[in-house]
Design a protein around this ligand. Structure first.
Ligand SMILES: NC(=O)c1ccc[n+]([C@@H]2O[C@H](COP(=O)([O-])OP(=O)(O)OC[C@H]3O[C@@H](n4cnc5c(N)ncnc54)[C@H](OP(=O)(O)O)[C@@H]3O)[C@@H](O)[C@H]2O)c1
Length: 431
């Protein structure tokens, strides 16, 4: 007869509650949920469970437990819980992107030493199967690039802004709907997506990449005007997280808002959805879309990992996750060439555009298009000066040159005054 597999969960919040519901609904044969560890035993729970404890040892040191599911969140004390569980011979499932992106190497090597499995499908992109495919089928291919919409909050905000809503109102609605945290800085700065793309890139390229290696730009400077002009040019605006092998053999890692062609797979991914596009040989393209967070979608992936690891325990299999080690060559983002979109607010005096274009010419910009629409509707007042937005798109240039050009445009002075007002705003165009 097959051995029963016993499970302990640490954390009974959003994802923990969703996981218990799945256990109750499906009653997986031979898998027993034994204990749930919480911080505060007196808290009122949305879901009932008979054996709650606040003593984490009942999970991580309990001889009868085979799988510890860590759903407490953060790095401290989650890392300690995970490493102690592994040392005690327990398999671990987690949805914790923070602890995996910051301490993955340590966790995977401890798991290898102790011959146990780690499942973390829930840590990136909720219900979208991506961790297991990268560790299994896709690992037989050669991956060139991963591009994803990995943050549902920002995708929801950009969707509302594409309908004309301003950033602050869209953020407020995202918070009311429970997509955005009270402090949304981690999402809107791109840092959440940076943690996720660093995990995916580490698995895809088998070299450990940290969130700090990811060049990060957020969405807070985008206006509905930008999204409107992007639409006119045939593009959607998305916060993209990407990991790409460059021709020099290093890896370009970035999170940035970008214009993508309307007919691109990712341009059609709206609302709070996440999506991932992987390109490589011989499979060509792997594209998947789904809900990236929330009780059901995340618990679904955690539940899958529990079932999968229970099977591996019964068949005495372990899946090793091995990296070449740190020291991966990350491309200098200043040297990576990109096409892009530039929005300038130009003073309403003759020669302002000429002055601005002079700076672009000095930095060898090859302008593809320049749009300026007149009329009261388009006017914006900066320090009492009437300005009009001018939108410029250009052919590929090194990002460092682009940054230098923006600084010069911002500080440009002429005898008629400043030609450019406010901070020039730039987004890459990803083709
Ligand atoms: N929510 C999502 O949509 C989502 C999506 C993807 C990934 N995740 C990840 O899933 C994990 C769990 O997220 P969540 O949203 O379910 O969190 P949550 O709702 O805040 O729940 C956290 C749970 O962990 C317990 N806990 C906290 N610190 C603890 C400690 N030191 N010892 C024991 N228990 C502790 C809390 O106990 P009390 O209830 O007693 O306070 C609570 O039950 C996080 O790593 C998160 O990043 C969440």
């Amino acid at each position: 007869m097959e051995k029963d597999v016993n499970v302990a969960i640490i954390g009974f919040g959003t994802v923990g509650s969703g996981l218990v519901k799945l256990f109750e609904k499906n009653r997986p044969r031979g898998i027993n949920l034994k204990v749930i560890i919480v911080k505060n035993l007196n808290k009122k729970r949305k879901v009932a469970f008979s054996n709650l404890s606040s003593d984490v040892k009942e999970a991580i040191e309990n001889q009868g437990i085979d799988i510890v599911v860590e759903l407490a969140g953060g790095c401290n004390p989650a890392l300690e819980y995970i490493l102690s569980s592994i040392k005690n011979g327990k398999h671990v499932v987690t949805a914790n992107k923070a602890v995996i992106s910051e301490h993955g190497m340590e966790i995977f090597s401890a798991a290898e030493r102790h011959n146990v499995n780690i499942g973390f499908e829930g840590a990136v992109a909720g219900a979208i199967p991506i961790i297991n495919p990268l560790l299994e089928q896709l690992s037989f291919g050669e991956i060139r690039s991963i591009t994803g919409i990995l943050n549902g909050t920002t995708n929801f905000i950009l969707t509302r802004m594409s309908e004309g809503m301003d950033y602050s109102t869209a953020l407020k609605i995202a918070q009311e709907k429970g997509f955005a945290e009270a402090d949304p800085a981690f999402d809107v700065s791109g840092k959440d997506a940076a943690q996720k793309i660093s995990i995916l890139a580490s698995l895809a390229f088998r070299k450990w990449i940290r969130p700090e290696d990811v060049h990060c730009e957020g969405i807070t400077e985008i206006t509905p005007t930008d999204i409107g002009y992007a639409k006119d040019l045939g593009y959607a605006v998305k916060l993209l997280a990407s990991a790409k092998k460059t021709s020099a053999g290093d890896i370009s890692m970035k999170v940035n808002p970008a214009l993508i062609r309307n007919d691109h797979h990712l341009a059609k991914v709206n609302e709070e959805f996440n999506a991932i596009l992987i390109e490589g040989t011989p499979f060509d393209e792997y594209f998947n879309v789904g809900k990236g967070a929330g009780e059901g979608p995340t618990a679904f992936s955690v539940y899958y990992d529990v079932l999968k690891i229970a099977d591996m325990i019964r068949s005495k299999k372990t899946r090793k996750i091995i990296f070449d080690g740190p020291g991966t060559k990350i491309a200098d983002h200043k040297k990576v060439r990109t096409e892009g979109y530039l929005r300038l607010y130009l003073s309403h005096f003759p020669g302002a555009l000429y002055n601005a274009l002079g700076v672009l010419v000095r930095h060898k910009w090859n302008v593809k298009s320049s749009i300026q629409r007149g009329g009261m509707d388009n006017e914006v007042i900066f320090d009492g000066v009437k300005c009009l937005p001018n939108i410029i798109t250009h052919e590929p240039l090194e990002f460092g040159t682009i940054q230098q050009t923006l600084q010069e445009l911002e500080s440009l002075e002429t005898d008629k005054g400043k030609p450019v007002h406010g901070k020039p705003f730039y987004m890459r165009i990803e083709n």
